[in-house]
Design a protein around this ligand. Structure first.
Ligand code: ADP
Length: 492
């Protein structure tokens, strides 16, 4: 005991031994976090709402605590209830997953006050990135490139309009307090500016109680390229390369891959180093993602491509498995080790790209009916690898790091055959992830794995994902954030 106490005394604030971990989330991410915790000998506690009493994440946990009724506000988003649950079961740490309370600075503060470890960054780092305008000012100080634009304090209509005129149209008006695409409008020409500004202010006031706006040059064909970073509590930081998440529908990611195709090693290093600089500027600790817009020339062009900071997500991302696949590292293990106060598991020069990986997000929704969420009893839900000619592929669901260059298929699911899919939460059922030595091999594996999914009882976007992944322009890596919009005719 004494030894432990001595160790804990030397640990940085917010760190310590983790014997029991409460996962303040549901669905696939809760299940995925538990898998690593279990492998590390850590006891797991699930929390659930009444709609999830029999959910997979509850069945997988060592213990489970009820939070409240189905509504997220009265369950997964209720800070007091989550903290009471952690106290009740004697957990020493809380992993927030993504979404829900994961980027809530008040939650992090309340955990600290309760003497619980938060598996995530310090409250101050979350707050620093919460406001788009303040975040841009911090990034400018760290010499991280920004999209040309205005993010100043003077918020008069006349000044904002003159800044937009100066940078040239099209411009994008963004709410400083924004998120989820709210309070954001593209303005094509000067005479439309005032009306767009009024409408952004209205929307932002209603959604965030704040009407401050920033203006950015609107990039017409950018790629969304984000860098995975990790920092420990001893001041070190590394990047685990990047992901291309350009294939989006209404700013929601659909298909992701790593690494970003076509990046030169020099640009990869430049973006990686800028991302680590960004994280260190705000005293970051743990897993974070720096999202950049890459104004890249399409393949064939000579230019290197300019990248601009967009925002930082101060949590584990949905698409983290593609990074795990290409590096052979377990990012949840990294998070837990850093939360225990350990140094980074690897140095920058020990990290290498081992191949290529794709992730497809399987949603319970109907692409033929305006992507309306679907519900029902999941009568059948299996991955028939043998039938798909993937019998030789390693099915990676145990997070074994492997240097092998064989094909891998991984299904991170929040549901199992026989489960009910309800309409209460995010309709994402599972993520299908593949790995191959080359982009072509990983993409072929994705197509075969999509075909190998047997799903009955609930409508999903599987056929839509298949059309996307099979599109010749996707195979050619002609990517930008308007990919789906541009290929609408052949995708629907
Ligand atoms: P939110 O926080 O509301 O999600 P973001 O600032 O992250 O808003 O932007 C969301 C998406 O909007 C990006 O992924 C990108 O596709 C697009 N976007 C944002 N800024 C620009 C820009 N300056 N030019 C072109 N597209 C942009």
């Amino acid at each position: 005991m004494n030894v432990n106490r001595d160790t804990e005394q030397r640990l940085p604030t917010g760190c310590g031994e983790i014997r029991k971990l409460l996962i303040a989330n549901r669905g696939e991410i809760a299940v995925r976090v538990m898998r690593t915790a279990r492998a590390m000998g850590i006891q797991t506690v699930a929390v659930y709402s009444d709609a999830d009493a029999n959910a997979l994440h509850v069945r997988e946990a060592d213990e489970a605590v009820r939070l409240g009724p189905a509504s997220a506000r009265e369950s997964y988003l209720d800070v007091d209830k989550v903290i009471a649950a952690a106290r009740q079961c004697g957990a020493d740490a809380v992993h927030p997953g993504y979404g829900f309370l994961s980027e809530n600075a008040g939650f992090v503060r309340a955990l600290a006050e309760a003497g619980l470890i938060f598996v995530g960054p310090p409250e101050s780092a979350i707050a620093a990135m919460g406001d788009k305008s303040a975040a841009k000012a911090r990034m400018q100080a760290a010499s991280v490139p920004l999209v040309p634009g205005y993010h100043g304090d003077d918020q008069s209509d006349a000044l904002l309009q003159s800044e937009a005129d100066r940078m040239g149209y099209p411009v994008l008006i963004k709410a400083c307090a924004g998120g989820g695409g709210k309070g954001m409008r593209v303005v094509e020409q000067a005479r439309e500016f005032q009306a767009a500004l009024d409408s952004c202010r209205r929307e932002s006031r209603a959604a965030f109680g704040d009407e401050r706006m920033l203006i950015e040059k609107y990039l017409t064909q950018p790629r969304h390229v984000e860098v995975q970073v990790f920092c420990d509590s001893h001041g070190s930081g590394v990047y685990l390369f990047e992901r291309d998440c350009s294939v989006q529908r209404r700013h929601q990611k659909v298909l992701e891959e790593a690494p970003a195709p076509g990046l030169t090693p020099a640009l990869r290093r430049e973006m990686g180093e800028a991302a680590v600089r960004a994280a260190r500027e705000i005293g970051y600790v743990g897993a974070g993602t720096i999202e950049f817009l890459l104004d890249a020339p399409q393949p064939g062009s000579e230019s290197h491509g300019a990248f601009y900071f967009m925002e930082m997500n101060t949590r584990l991302q949905v698409e983290h498995p593609v990074t795990e696949m290409i590096t052979g590292e377990d990012l949840v293990e990294w998070q837990l080790r850093i939360a225990r106060g350990e140094p980074l598991p690897r140095q920058q020069d020990e990290l290498e790209l081992k191949g290529h990986s794709f992730e497809a997000r399987l949603y319970a929704e109907d692409p033929d009916n305006d992507f309306l969420p679907a519900t029902g009893l999941l009568e059948r839900f299996r991955l028939d690898l043998i039938g798909a000619g993937l019998a030789g592929a390693e099915v990676e669901n145990a997070q074994q790091a492997s240097g092998s260059t064989a094909l891998k298929v991984r299904l991170d699911s929040g549901v199992a055959e026989g489960d009910d899919v309800s309409m209460h939460y995010d309709p994402m059922l599972a993520k299908l992830i593949t790995f191959g030595p080359s982009r072509e091999q990983a993409l072929d594996a994705l197509l075969r794995a999509l075909a190998a999914l047997e799903i009955r009882g609930v409508t999903t976007n599987r056929a839509f994902l298949t059309r996307l992944a099979a599109h010749p322009d996707f195979r050619a890596a002609h990517l930008d954030t308007r990919f789906i919009e541009r290929h609408h005719a052949s995708l629907f």
